[in-house]
Design a protein around this ligand. Structure first.
Ligand SMILES: O=C[C@H](O)COP(=O)(O)O
Length: 241
C-alpha cells in the first residue's frame, strides 16, 4: 500500500520565532489527522534545530530543502547529510525547480544529491516538472521521462518520494487540472521499478482544492508552498476529506 505524504515547503520564509508561532497554531489540528498520513515540514536551515526540539513527540517529520552530496568539505553555503541527520531531519527536497532555475541545479547534481540523502538515511523528495513553454510545445512527457530516468540513475526506489510540480503552476494560482495531474503522475509511476513510491502533486495547492486533488487515484500526497505558511490553511490540507 502506498504511503500518503503531505509536505509543506516553506522556501525562504519564516524566522525561528515565526516558525514556533506556526507550530502553536498547527499542531493541535493534527489530532484530527488520520494516522496513516505522513506530515512533513521542509523549512529553512535556520529553523531546523528549533523545530526539531519543538516537534519532538509530535507526528510531524522534519524536512530540509537541500543537501550536498559530500559528507563534508570546502563547499561554502552548502549543507551535508550528517549535519541534517544529526538534528533529526528525515526528508529533504531535491531538484526543486527554483534550485534548477536560479542556482544551476542539473539532473546530474540532482542525482548526486538524491544518492547522498539516501546514504545518510534521509528520504529525498525529488521534484520534476515542465515549464509552460515545454507544455505548449507538447514536450511534457519527454521532459518528465528524461528527468525521471536521469535523476534516478542508481537511486534506491525503496526510500524515495517524487513530486510532480509543473513549473507554470508554482506560486501562480494556476493549479494543474486534477485529471491532468493524475495523468502525468501515472506516467511517472510507469517509469519506476517500484510502483509503491509515493508521488505527490505540487503547484498552487490550496485548501479549497485539496479534496479533489487527493481523490485522484495516482496522487499520493501534495507538496505545498504558499498554503503551508499559515497554520489553518495547512491544517485543512493535511486533514483533507
Ligand atoms: O514546493 C512547493 C511548490 O513549489 C509549490 O509552491 P506553491 O504551493 O506556492 O505553488
Amino acid at each position: 500500500m502506498r504511503k500518503i505524504v503531505i509536505a509543506g515547503n516553506w522556501k525562504m520564509y519564516k524566522t525561528q520565532a515565526e516558525s514556533e508561532d506556526f507550530l502553536r497554531g498547527f499542531l493541535p489540528a493534527l489530532d484530527a489527522t488520520p494516522d496513516e498520513r505522513e506530515v512533513v515540514l521542509c523549512v529553512p536551515f535556520t529553523d531546523l534545530s528549533a523545530l526539531s526540539k519543538n516537534l519532538h513527540g509530535s507526528r510531524v517529520q522534519l524536512g530540509a530543502q537541500n543537501i550536498h552530496w559530500e559528507e563534508f568539505g570546502a563547499y561554502t553555503g552548502e549543507i551535508s547529510g550528517p549535519m541534517l541527520a544529526e538534528i533529526g531531519v528525515r526528508y529533504v527536497v531535491v531538484g526543486h525547480s527554483e534550485r534548477r532555475q536560479y542556482f544551476g541545479e542539473t539532473d546530474e547534481t540532482v542525482n548526486l544529491r538524491l544518492k547522498a540523502a539516501q546514504r545518510f538515511g534521509l528520504t529525498p523528495i525529488l521534484c520534476v516538472g515542465e515549464t509552460k513553454q515545454q507544455r505548449d510545445a507538447g514536450e511534457t512527457e519527454s521532459l518528465i521521462t528524461n528527468q525521471i530516468k536521469t535523476d534516478l540513475v542508481d537511486v534506491n526506489q525503496e526510500n524515495l518520494v517524487i513530486a510532480y510540480e509543473p513549473i507554470w503552476a508554482i506560486g501562480t494560482g494556476d493549479t494543474c487540472e486534477c485529471k491532468e495531474a493524475n495523468r502525468v503522475t501515472g506516467l511517472i509511476r510507469s517509469l519506476l521499478s517500484n510502483p509503491d513510491v509515493p508521488i505527490q502533486y505540487g503547484g498552487s495547492v490550496k485548501p479549497n482544492l485539496i479534496d479533489e486533488i487527493m481523490a485522484e487515484p495516482e496522487i499520493d500526497g501534495v507538496l505545498v508552498g504558499g498554503a503551508s505558511l499559515e497554520p489553518a490553511s495547512f491544517a485543512r490540507i493535511v486533514n483533507y476529506q
